[in-house]
Design a binder for this molecule. Structure first.
Ligand code: GLN
Length: 195
C-alpha cells in the first residue's frame, strides 16, 4: 500500500486515519516538512480552517504544502480542508489565507453556525448509484467553479458541495464521520494513478 498522510495541525485527524487504514492504506500523520516529503497523498481534515492556516505558518508548513500541491500532490480536503484548498474564499476571518490549488470560490460557514449543521443524502455519480450520507458541520459551500473544475455533488437546489480538479478533491461535508469510505477510496485511486 502507498503511504498517505493526514495533516495533523488541528481537526478531525483520527477519523481520517481510521478510514484510510480501514481501506488498507499505509497512513501517517503529517506535521513537519520532512513528513510531508514522505507521502504520496495528503488529507486535510475538517476542523477550523483559520486555525489550520495559522498553525501551518507557525509550523513552517504553508510553503511546503503549496509547493507540493503545485508539484501535483494528490490532496483530499473535507470541510475546513476544502476551504484551505480553495483559491478564493469569502467569509474568512481577517488575514485568513488558504493553500489554494482548486480554482473555486468557497464561502465559509455558508449555512450558519453550529446549530445549523445538518445531514442529507447526496447523489454522487462518480461514486456509483448508492447515495452518500453527508454530514455538514458549520459547512462551507462552493459558490463558483473555474473551467477545469468538476462538480461531483450538489444539494437538491443545485448548490455545489463536492468538487474535483485533477488530483485535488474537496467536499463541504465529512464522509469520515458517517462511515462513508468511497471518497477516501477515490482519493487513494487518484494517488495510485498519478504516481
Ligand atoms: N467552519 C469551519 C471553518 O471555517 C469548517 C467546519 C468544519 O470543518 N466542519 O474552518
Amino acid at each position: 500500500p502507498r503511504r498517505v498522510g493526514v495533516l495533523a495541525l488541528q481537526g478531525d485527524v483520527r477519523e481520517h486515519l481510521r478510514v484510510l487504514s480501514d481501506l488498507g492504506a499505509d497512513v501517517t500523520v503529517v506535521r513537519r516538512p520532512e513528513e510531508l516529503a514522505d507521502v504520496e497523498g495528503l488529507v486535510i481534515p475538517g476542523g477550523e480552517s483559520s486555525v489550520i492556516d495559522k498553525l501551518s505558518r507557525a509550523f513552517g508548513m504553508r510553503e511546503p504544502i503549496r509547493a507540493a500541491i503545485a508539484d501535483g500532490l494528490a490532496v483530499y480536503g473535507t470541510c475546513a480542508g476544502l476551504i484551505l484548498l480553495a483559491d478564493r474564499i469569502t467569509g474568512g476571518i481577517e488575514g485568513q489565507q488558504t493553500f489554494g490549488g482548486l480554482d473555486v470560490t468557497v464561502r465559509r460557514n455558508a449555512f450558519g453556525g453550529q446549530v445549523d449543521s445538518f445531514e442529507t443524502d447526496l447523489d454522487v455519480p462518480v461514486l456509483g448509484p448508492d447515495p452518500v450520507h453527508a454530514v455538514f458541520i458549520r459547512a462551507p459551500l462552493v459558490e463558483q467553479i473555474g473551467e477545469g473544475v468538476e462538480s461531483l455533488a450538489t444539494l437538491a437546489d443545485g448548490r455545489i458541495v463536492a468538487v474535483r480538479q485533477g488530483r485535488l478533491i474537496g467536499t463541504a461535508f465529512h464522509p469520515e464521520v458517517s462511515g462513508e469510505h468511497r471518497f477516501h477510496q477515490l482519493f487513494l485511486d487518484t494517488v495510485a494513478q498519478h504516481r
